[in-house]
Design a protein around this ligand. Structure first.
Ligand SMILES: Cc1cc2nc3c(=O)[nH]c(=O)nc-3n(C[C@H](O)[C@H](O)[C@H](O)COP(=O)(O)OP(=O)(O)OC[C@H]3O[C@@H](n4cnc5c(N)ncnc54)[C@H](O)[C@@H]3O)c2cc1C
Length: 381
């Protein structure tokens, strides 16, 4: 029995999205990888077609659909083997901060633009010297009449160049308790004192506009505080479950896509004797092991999706899934490369980009070591 119940409407949505990606995204991937950016126009097309902010409430400008539509967007964009168009980060990680913790005015102001793709969103936590340890961040804010003034530098921010709004975490330097010192703010493109650094040259994710962001006496109205003053940690913690689940879904899809590709290659490629290489026992063992692991990942993640939709607290399991599935994606593409050999090393084959792109998955969205620390804590270790 399937763990997730997809209705005909979900299936139609998946087909429409797959067709959209085949027409509007796939043919342009090589060019965007060279340009190191995805044109903003693509986000607008995706928004117009109804594929952004599917889960946000209709009254705030979203599509009011269940989380399975988010899952479909995550799966289908992952299936393209292309990481530049971070729709899930936008719709299922950043915009939910605004939907859950924003004021009515903030929701009405920002969510419709995020749904249409007119405004691309980003979240800025990481700093040049502070990744995992958020409590020690050095970006600070101070009050100045009706405004807050933010000073500091963020780095490795996905959508950093294209974003029209960024949810920024900053610390009150006067607060004693580091866990009550962080607040979250919405900073819009064009705000005085908000600047973007260079587009970071990375090992993979070439068309993802990961960038540095600078806040230099960046003055924002007090209305742009997100949630409670000093409530930043609570905001970040509450959304971690979905953020890491989305990451795990993407990782399982990456592994499945590689397994599919390498099996097809082995069935269709013949040895000089004329025998398909899939008939070699050694290759069969490797392919079966890879397919089994991908299925294990799929069952684990689908169960967590079901639990998440039932609003169960599965932070520990999601932390385990984030570490296990991202390691799975990494070793799957590595093994596929060994099986395919030379052709796999060519850009045109499609494995090389995957090899580069999955490498970061165990590192970002909370490193896999941190995932294990979280699980260890909950296990009373
Ligand atoms: C492509 C890309 C996109 C990104 N997008 C974003 C984004 O949109 N927004 C954003 O804010 N950030 C983003 N990041 C940053 C990402 O979230 C950080 O890389 C991550 O938090 C890890 O931080 P760090 O690399 O500085 O590692 P550090 O925290 O410096 O850790 C270094 C090493 O020490 C280990 N370590 C640290 N603390 C512990 C501990 N307590 N116990 C055991 N081991 C520990 C880590 O596991 C790691 O191996 C992105 C990064 C990349 C590469």
């Amino acid at each position: 029995m399937d763990i997730l119940n997809y209705t005909d409407d979900h299936k139609k949505f998946r087909e429409d999205l797959r067709a959209f990606l085949a027409k509007e995204v796939n043919p342009f991937i090589p060019q965007w990888e060279k340009d190191h950016i995805v044109p903003k126009e693509v986000w607008r097309k995706m928004g117009e077609a109804g594929f952004l902010c599917t889960a946000q409430a209709k009254e705030f400008g979203g599509h009011g659909k269940d989380f399975l539509y988010s899952v479909i967007v995550c799966e289908e964009t992952s299936r393209t083997g292309f990481t530049g168009l971070t729709a899930s980060l936008h719709s299922d990680i950043v915009v939910p901060y605004i939907e859950t913790f924003g004021t009515l005015e903030q929701k009405k102001k920002y969510i419709p633009k995020c749904t249409s793709g007119e405004c691309i969103s980003a979240v800025a936590m990481t700093e040049p010297d502070h990744g995992s340890d958020l409590a020690s961040m050095t970006t600070i804010f101070e009050e100045d009449g009706d405004h807050y003034i933010i000073n500091g530098t963020k780095t490795f921010i996905s959508n950093g160049i294209n974003c029209g709004l960024v949810v920024v975490a900053a610390r009150d330097p006067r607060a004693d308790n580091p866990y009550q010192a962080i607040s979250m703010f919405i900073v819009e493109d064009g705000t005085p004192g908000f600047g973007r650094g260079k587009h970071l040259e990375k090992m993979g994710w070439h068309s993802q506009d990961t960038a540095e962001l600078f806040f230099s006496k960046c003055r924002i109205p007090k209305a742009n505080l997100l949630g409670q003053l000093g409530g930043g940690f609570i905001i970040l913690m509450e959304k971690l479950q979905q953020e890491r689940l989305v990451c795990a879904i993407g990782a399982v899809c990456a592994a499945e896509q590689v397994v599919e590709k390498v099996i097809e290659y082995c069935k269709n490629t013949k040895e000089p004797s004329g025998k398909p290489i899939s008939k070699n026992q050694g290759t069969q063992f490797a392919l079966v092991e890879m397919a089994t692991e991908a299925k294990l990942g799929r069952v684990f993640v689908d169960k967590l999706i079901a639990d998440h939709m039932e609003k169960k607290a599965v932070v520990v399991e999601v932390s385990m899934a984030k570490y296990w599935t991202t390691d799975l994606a990494k070793r799957t593409v590595d093994r596929a490369m060994d099986i395919v050999g030379d052709p796999g090393y060519l850009e045109a084959f499609g494995l090389a980009r995957g090899f580069r792109d999955v490498r970061v998955m165990p590192i970002f969205a909370g490193t896999n070591e941190i995932m294990k620390r979280i699980a260890a804590g909950f296990m009373g270790l």
